[in-house]
Design a protein around this ligand. Structure first.
Ligand code: HPA
Length: 268
């Protein structure tokens, strides 16, 4: 069941030697953090064996290895989503690559719709748990007992505290909440959004959950932050669009970048 993480890590190591501490997945609007990496080596996904390339506009599709605030990082600028292929373990090879390169921690980012009035478009939301509404799972087909993965503390409590402290240090508000995964690519209906509110979700989106499951499976610690781009369907006066996601994502993303830099400083 394993992917091509070893082969991809070999390509990265041939271009830049070293071992890394944190892997970051940058979703819509967050790509610019990849351009701020120091001593950076950039490798297009097309040069990495079996690395999935996203067809979503606003995703750069390159791996960037280097230093961020003194921490050796590997950034995946752009991710493949389940809805692009129908394969829930499409991110297996990228996550194996991070693990193979030494990353102990994964920090995933995404764009999401808010279900709560106090979590406003343009703001970041720290994910503290998730609901896997899709019914899909990247571990389906795994054959040994490691497939019965404990998800009790999937979003690492210590890293969450450190991210909250980092936000405080840089004077940014950081709301917290539960992220609910819908397969996409169509947005949710207003009825689905009302259901999600009742079920205890605070934001909805089309990514991240399968990556979190895979990263935990591979033994990495995980944290995730959403940039809120809109209110969920039916909660705002106008309809939803990918254009709005692209337009709004950079607002929360600028705040997430500040928080991530402060977090990196704290662990350097
Ligand atoms: N729903 C699902 N995914 C999203 C949304 C949304 O409202 N906004 C940004 N990504």
């Amino acid at each position: 069941m394993s992917g091509f993480g070893k082969e991809c890590a070999d390509v990265v190591r041939a271009a830049r030697s070293g071992t890394y501490k944190v892997g970051l997945i940058l979703g819509s609007g967050l790509g610019s953090l990849a351009s701020e990496v120091e001593d950076a080596t950039r490798i297009p996904y097309t040069k990495l064996p079996e690395f999935p390339v996203s067809s979503v506009t606003a995703h750069a599709s390159e791996l960037v290895a280097g230093m961020l605030e003194g921490v050796p990082v590997v950034i995946l600028s752009g991710r493949a989503h389940y809805y692009e292929s129908g394969n829930p373990s499409i991110m297996r090879t990228p996550l194996e690559t991070l693990k193979e390169l030494g990353c102990e921690t994964l920090i995933a980012t995404n764009a999401a719709g808010s279900l709560r009035d106090h979590i406003k478009p343009g703001s970041p939301m720290l994910i503290n748990d998730h609901i896997n509404w899709s019914g899909l799972n990247p571990l389906i087909g795994e054959e040994d007992e490691s497939r019965f993965l404990d998800m009790s503390t999937a979003y690492d409590p210590e890293i969450r505290e450190a991210l909250k402290a980092a936000a405080k240090d840089v004077g940014e508000d950081l709301e917290e909440g539960v992220y609910m995964w819908f397969s996409g690519p169509s947005f949710e209906t207003p009825a689905e959004i009302r259901m999600s509110q009742v079920l205890g979700a605070d934001a909805v989106g089309m990514s991240t959950v399968p990556e979190v499951i895979l990263a935990r499976f591979l033994g990495m610690k995980v944290a995730a932050i959403s940039t809120i781009t809109n209110m969920g369907a039916g909660l705002q006066a106008h309809g939803l669009s990918h254009d709005e996601t692209k337009e709004m994502a950079p607002l929360g993303a600028a705040k997430i970048k500040k928080i991530l830099r402060a977090y990196m400083k704290s662990i350097a």
